[in-house]
Design a protein around this ligand. Structure first.
Ligand code: SAM
Length: 327
């Protein structure tokens, strides 16, 4: 069995695939509506994604996450999931969504084989939610979360990005949901992609977030969630069914454990979310590259992975925003 090992001896077995750069929300920290979007021709077709994943699976990639933009604005995501499950070696496919269309498409996604989902939610207050998301309807997301839990997707993880002065007053409310409703809540440190001093000030370090949670709700014990491929550290309150996870991409460098690379909707391989490096795979694919040739391109991209991404104060991303990469 092949393994994809990078220069720093990390085993790269997880691929995040952005299937669109479009989104039905306009989150204040993402601004996906501010730039021209990819045209139909620029975007990878599902069959093309399948061929790239086939090459990746041949090298040892096992786990896939589908993201965007908002993946569920692209028609027939279930068909893509089915195509990817046909590939030998792929044994886990998950989805990251804002949840707006989740209840609507849940049956077909589940039928296609989807077993777990991450849903982004930054506020329980309908007005604030509307403000953060540029017009999103909180009820749609809550319905999506409920539907995913009822359908037995497991785990359903709720991703919250605490932002100073905007939703930091709700940090405790999210953790409380792990006790009252068995939610698996994850806090994601705000990443200043917009690169302005003001933007950098909005970040709340993950240690501070954890302190806010434990000061209000008491101590937590560590717990290992096995389903997942990411860097989150998970905890539980005594007797609670749900979990609380912390992802400190900015203040806790977890590059040593990194196991992933990304495929953008316009067919570039990105070895690291926090670096501008990318390699075109769509061009060679459309020029008729064989699986073996695609494997070579993937290996080259993985070998570009640095030992560490720059610290938050030195982060200098010029090429793409989060929605153009796939968060
Ligand atoms: N539309 C989907 C969603 O909302 O989950 C998938 C794409 S979105 C870019 C993926 C995740 O990235 C979301 O949880 C979102 O909150 C997070 N995200 C976007 N911009 C971010 C930023 N600047 N800092 C931290 N997280 C961010």
């Amino acid at each position: 069995m092949s393994s994809l090992i990078d220069t720093y001896h990390r085993n790269i077995n997880y691929m995040r695939i952005s299937i669109t750069d479009r989104c039905n929300m306009r989150c204040i920290y993402c601004n996906s509506h501010l730039a021209p979007h990819l045209t139909h021709d620029e975007i990878l077709r599902y069959k093309e994604i399948q061929k790239i994943v086939k090459a990746a699976a041949g090298l040892g990639v096992k786990n896939i996450r589908i993201t965007g933009g908002e993946p569920l604005v692209r028609p027939d995501v279930g068909a893509l999931i089915e195509l990817l499950y046909l590939i030998d070696g792929i044994n886990d496919i998950s989805l990251t969504t804002n949840g707006i269309f989740l209840a609507k498409y849940l049956d077909e996604l589940k039928e296609a084989g989807l077993k777990r989902v991450n849903i982004s939610l930054d506020s329980f207050n309908a007005d604030k939610f509307k403000y953060i998301t540029g017009g999103g309807n909180l009820e749609d997301v809550l319905r999506g979360i409920e539907a995913a839990i009822e359908a037995g997707l497991d785990p359903v993880k709720i991703n919250m990005v605490p932002i100073k002065g905007i939703n930091d007053d709700e940090i405790v409310d999210f953790a409380r949901k792990s006790i009252t409703d068995g939610w698996n809540v994850r806090y994601i440190e705000y990443m200043p992609f917009a690169d302005s001093a003001d933007d950098k000030k909005k970040m709340i370090g993950i240690d501070e977030i954890r302190d806010i949670v434990t000061n209000a709700l008491g101590p937590m014990e560590t717990c290992g969630i096995t389903t997942g491929n990411g860097p989150a550290k998970y905890y539980k309150f005594k007797n609670s069914k749900g979990t609380v996870g912390f992802i400190g991409a900015m203040t806790h460098n977890f590059c040593a454990e990194c196991n992933r690379f990304r495929l953008t909707a316009d067919g570039r391989l990105m070895p690291c979310l926090m670096r501008d490096d990318e390699i075109d795979i769509k061009g060679p694919l459309r020029a008729g590259a064989s699986i073996e040739e695609l494997e070579e391109i993937i290996k080259k991209a993985v070998l570009l992975k640095g030992e560490k991404h720059p610290d938050s104060d030195k982060l200098d991303l010029k090429k793409r925003q989060m929605w153009q990469i796939g968060g």
